[in-house]
Ligand binder design. Structure first.
Ligand SMILES: C[S@@+](CC[C@H](N)C(=O)[O-])C[C@H]1O[C@@H](n2cnc3c(N)ncnc32)[C@H](O)[C@@H]1O
Length: 376
């Protein structure tokens, strides 16, 4: 270790460091591991770098503007005990959890390129009335709901949905993140819940934030096939009011999807003036919209809260340039890394659990090209 000093931030910096961005400074963490921009990674090859430790601590040592895209799913509030000291999700209150997330993503914002995006999946929790919070069931295929036994406090009467995802989203907005989408991840195969006094939960939010007003985003790889491919020439109409009523673009045709967008012929009264009301399809497909129906995906390994690969894929191919670097500060079973590799991106993963890092290396991250989807 070179000569250095402890900064106002309480962290160790090299003498010539101008902050976190020197790329060569670090400190000894509470877990006795050395964290630095040039830290010994837990694992490293040409495309994958894994760090073992608390994600905020590790983030402090990452160089500024060094990742192009962050795709992640943190431990949810009051939901599960991963069995590691310092794990997130077991904070005393929703406010404390939100602050943990705010502080982490504020630091990760520094590590993101100015044109980078953050894709954040967080599930919600209910106050349990036992001084604890209780996760929604069906969030992931095999979540365990242990929070009510963990002593977390929610200052709301029993049975309240805590609104954790939006509390976090608002806190990140206050920190300068630009919230661009609140995608609904709809889970067609969500686990049934044994509740009879409310509806079961079948979705989780998936937020897309940008660091700046202008950012890198490619819609093309996630476009959906046009129902009417010939609509790309603009001769069919989608959306807007049909003035003629008697044509097949009427409201009932729209509802059923039957023949909606019937082709215009010269003289059709319903044809709108150019640029008004109706729009033609895009030649590369349609915008997939902000409701994504994606089945939860079990993982045969020991990690039980995995993100479906398709959720990570859409975020990565739309949010990270080819050859760019994707970061997941809660790497877990390595879903984000696997998908990044399979789509020609590099990966930096962080996890507090060495067991999960080891598992991900032995299963999903080694020879990712050989992974054919599903359980590894
Ligand atoms: C919801 S899981 C992530 C699952 C991952 N997206 C996947 O598909 O496998 C959350 C992960 O965060 C890790 N974790 C919890 N607290 C942490 C902390 N303070 N720093 C880093 N990782 C942490 C847990 O070990 C767990 O692997």
């Amino acid at each position: 270790m070179s000569a250095g000093y402890t900064g106002e931030d309480g962290l160790w910096h090299d003498d010539d460091c101008a902050g976190y961005s020197c790329g060569g400074c670090g400190y000894i963490g509470a877990d006795s591991l050395w964290y630095a921009g040039e830290r010994p990674a837990y694992y490293q090859d040409d495309t994958i770098t894994l760090y073992h430790g608390d994600s905020l601590n590790v983030a402090h040592g990452l160089p500024s503007s060094s990742v192009d895209c962050i795709v992640t799913s943190p431990p949810y509030f009051g939901l599960r005990d991963y069995g590691n000291d310092g794990q997130y999700g077991l904070e005393e209150s929703p406010a404390a959890y939100v602050e943990t997330m705010r502080a982490l993503f504020n630091e990760l914002r520094r590590t993101l390129t100015d044109d980078g995006t953050l894709w954040l999946n967080i599930g919600d929790s209910y106050s349990s009335g036992k001084g604890g919070a209780q996760g929604e069931s069906g969030q992931r295929s095999d979540r365990r709901f242990t929070a009510s036994g963990l002593g977390a406090k929610a200052d709301l009467p029993t049975k309240n949905l805590l609104g954790i995802p939006w509390r976090v989203a608002f806190a990140l907005q206050d920190d300068g993140w630009i919230l661009r989408n609140a995608i609904v991840w709809h889970k067609p195969n969500a686990m049934p819940e044994s509740v009879t006094d409310r509806l079961s939960c079948r979705y989780e939010p998936f937020f897309m934030f940008s660091k700046s007003q202008k950012y890198w985003f490619d819609l093309d790889p996630i476009r959906e096939e046009l129902i009417y491919p010939d609509a790309a020439d603009g001769s069919r109409v989608f959306g807007g009011k049909n003035k003629a009523g008697d044509l097949q673009t009427g409201s009932s045709a729209r509802r059923t999807g039957n023949a909606y967008g019937g082709k215009y012929t010269a003289g059709d009264k319903a044809r709108p003036a150019d640029g008004q009301r109706h729009t033609g399809g895009h030649s590369k497909g349609k915008n997939p919209g902000d409701m994504w129906s994606i089945n939860t995906q079990p993982f045969a390994g020991a990690h039980s809260a995995v993100m479906p690969q398709e959720l990570a894929r859409r975020a990565i191919v739309a949010g990270c340039k080819a050859g760019g670097i994707v970061l997941d500060p809660f790497s877990g079973s390595g879903t984000t890394g696997l998908v990044a590799q399979n789509n020609g991106r590099k990966y930096v993963g962080i996890d507090i659990s060495a067991d999960y890092l080891k598992l991900s290396l032995e299963t999903r991250l080694q020879n990712a090209a050989l992974d054919f989807g599903g359980a590894a």
